[in-house]
Write a protein that binds this ligand. Sequence first.
Ligand SMILES: NC(=O)c1ccc[n+]([C@@H]2O[C@H](COP(=O)([O-])OP(=O)(O)OC[C@H]3O[C@@H](n4cnc5c(N)ncnc54)[C@H](OP(=O)(O)O)[C@@H]3O)[C@@H](O)[C@H]2O)c1
Length: 256
Amino acid sequence: MTQRFDFSLNGRVALITGAGTGIGRAIAICLAGYGAKIGVHYKSSKSEAEKTLEEIKKIGSDGILIQADLIEEKQANTTVDNVVSTFGRLDILVNNAGSPVQRSKIEDCPLKLWKTVFDVNMTSAFMVTKRAIPHLRKTKNGAIVNIISLSVQTGGANGAGPYAAAKGALLVFTRTLARELAPEIRVNAVIPGVIETHHHEIFSTPERMEQYKKETPLGRNGRPEEVAGAVLYLVSDAASFTTGAVIDINGGRFLR
Ligand SMILES: NC(=O)c1ccc[n+]([C@@H]2O[C@H](COP(=O)([O-])OP(=O)(O)OC[C@H]3O[C@@H](n4cnc5c(N)ncnc54)[C@H](OP(=O)(O)O)[C@@H]3O)[C@@H](O)[C@H]2O)c1
């Protein structure tokens, strides 16, 4: 028996956090290309988020912009509420917003920085997800994808320890939610390796980026669209029996 999978997201609504830039933008545009309406969340990249929405409309879908600092509970809640009040439903949540914030060895890390890193990478996802769950449940076909980091497998090098720990928590959160929310909502994760975005303009030198290429079996760093492809699979009906799973998009840098 042959089966053709339908990746169409027509009629579905997705909230993508951090969708103004990089990986989040690529995910937003990719899902819109398959018919989803998109909540384009951003914190400070307003003009970039406007460009994301422009692209979404150009390819024939629809979306809204939502500005929020997701470490604030009220703003995390209104992010979800705005999408639901505009489109009447929420089917897909991608917790993409995240950042190392500032590099620090664990032994030197001030408590304030540690807490901020956890707020930005883990607690924000907890708050947005908690608010989204009743809506995702209603659709009977809800999907959550969390964007983790290769540092959960390698340990956080060069002062990325607090970030790695927060992303590690997000991975365990993913697995717990997969159990708690089944069968109505599937919850999965994508672990990007080195993907060329704004993130590395801040946190890696050009020399380090070249070094990463040499260390990667596929001989290059990744593109945001290559992460979006994995997210598309995980939210689609092709992944209907997949929950609690992790997809590595790293060019072979880390092999399980
Ligand atoms: N690039 C990589 O190699 C790589 C590898 C592994 C994992 N990742 C993860 O992939 C995700 C996207 O990163 P990226 O590479 O695309 O870098 P990016 O362009 O810098 O994206 C980070 C996003 O997080 C948002 N953000 C940061 N702090 C926030 C806060 N307090 N509240 C709300 N939003 C906040 C930013 O929003 P604004 O710009 O609007 O402020 C931005 O859109 C992150 O979770 C990152 O940890 C990236």
